[in-house]
Design a protein around this ligand. Structure first.
Ligand SMILES: Cc1cc2nc3c(=O)[nH]c(=O)nc-3n(C[C@H](O)[C@H](O)[C@H](O)COP(=O)(O)O)c2cc1C
Length: 328
């Protein structure tokens, strides 16, 4: 059966598939535009880049597609509000936020008439986000790449959030690798759509160095681990020499902070520099965020091929829409 569209606020994505935001410069307009062109929601990772650079990239994306372009900004960023307002002024369609909970973001959303989707990892936060005016919640489970707000697997975490969030779309994120799992989350669990990220790192259009993609392709199950982050949350990443050194307790303290990017930073290393190192393919020093199931994906495809694969697999088993049905 054909997949339903995904309505978030005043926006309608023909395909209920969101490409998760990936900082720093992992998901740029190069990736977000083809995703939007395929009918999904393309998200530019907005954390850790200068506001002007982010604005330029949003404008570039908006000029290149009529599809939906969103920005993902972590609440943990010191310049969170500048990034949010700068993105809105640059013409972004949707704000996605997580890694902390901002109540004020909903006021900004209302003020500028722009939908806000909140990444949540508990029913309590899901319910609160809806009450405060979120246009959607993204339930991100422990299988996700990057910073994690829970140790619960998706199929355990999702149902209680779905139960309490009544009137806005609920999106499933973390560890989804194919269209069969997409259909499962929508059919069996009542998700209104899914968000995937690691699959899109393994796309031709993703801007990271070839070494980054090769590290994903080479990763075995045991190479994808939980590590620490100066943000104060656990993070899921590839077990590179840097992550191994962290685990051994080697002192990697960033003594002279060049970036002052986080509201609260414990400086046990510089996340900005380590993520930039991964993007440029530095296997020794880089922090390569990765979802738990990256080891299952063994091909680099174009974004259009990923969409075709997900849609055909999902529609071959998808039966009925069980999620939120907007009345308008
Ligand atoms: C390389 C990478 C960077 C990420 N950066 C961010 C980020 O900046 N902000 C955020 O909210 N989530 C971030 N995430 C999480 C994704 O947006 C997404 O929700 C999650 O990875 C989904 O799981 P999957 O990768 O298994 O599909 C990142 C994930 C990866 C793999």
């Amino acid at each position: 059966m054909k997949l339903p569209s995904l309505k978030i606020g005043n926006l309608t994505a023909p395909i209920p598939l969101i490409q998760g935001g990936m900082s720093i410069r992992v998901s740029t307009s190069s990736l977000a535009v083809p995703v939007a062109e395929c009918g999904g929601i393309g998200i530019i990772g907005g954390s850790g880049v200068p506001v002007e650079e982010l604005q330029e990239d949003i404008k570039k994306a908006k000029a290149a597609t009529e599809g939906i372009i969103a920005v993902n900004i972590m609440y943990a960023m010191k310049n969170f509000y500048d990034l949010v307002v700068g993105s809105i002024e640059a013409g972004v369609d949707l704000i996605v936020t997580g890694a902390g909970f901002s109540r004020d973001i909903f006021k900004i959303g209302k003020q500028y008439n722009i939908p806000v989707a909140m990444i949540v990892s508990s029913p309590t936060l899901g319910k609160l986000a809806e009450k405060l005016g979120a246009a959607a919640v993204i339930v991100e489970a422990k299988e996700a790449g990057g910073h994690l707000g829970t140790d619960k697997p998706l199929r355990t975490l999702f149902p209680p959030v779905r139960d309490v969030v009544k009137n806005i779309p609920v999106i499933a994120a973390g560890g989804i690798t194919d269209g069969y799992e997409m259909a499962e989350m929508m059919d069996k669990y009542g998700a209104d759509g899914i968000q995937i990220a690691s699959r899109f790192v393994l796309s031709k259009e993703c801007d990271v160095a070839d070494e980054f993609k090769q590290a994903y392709l080479d990763a075995k199950k045991e190479d994808i681990v939980i590590t620490t982050s100066p943000v104060g949350l656990p993070g899921r990443a590839l077990r590179t020499p840097f992550v191994q050194a962290l685990a051994k307790g080697v002192d990697l303290t960033a003594k002279k902070c060049q970036h002052l990017c986080l509201k609260k930073c414990d400086h046990h290393y510089c996340i900005n520099e380590r993520l930039n190192a991964s993007r440029t393919g530095n296997l020794q020093d880089g922090l390569f965020f990765s979802g738990e199931n990256t080891y299952k994906m063994k091909s680099i495809l174009s974004v259009a091929e990923i969409f075709r694969q997900f849609i055909s697999q999902a529609e071959s088993v998808y039966k009925e829409k069980r999620g939120f049905s907007p009345s308008t």
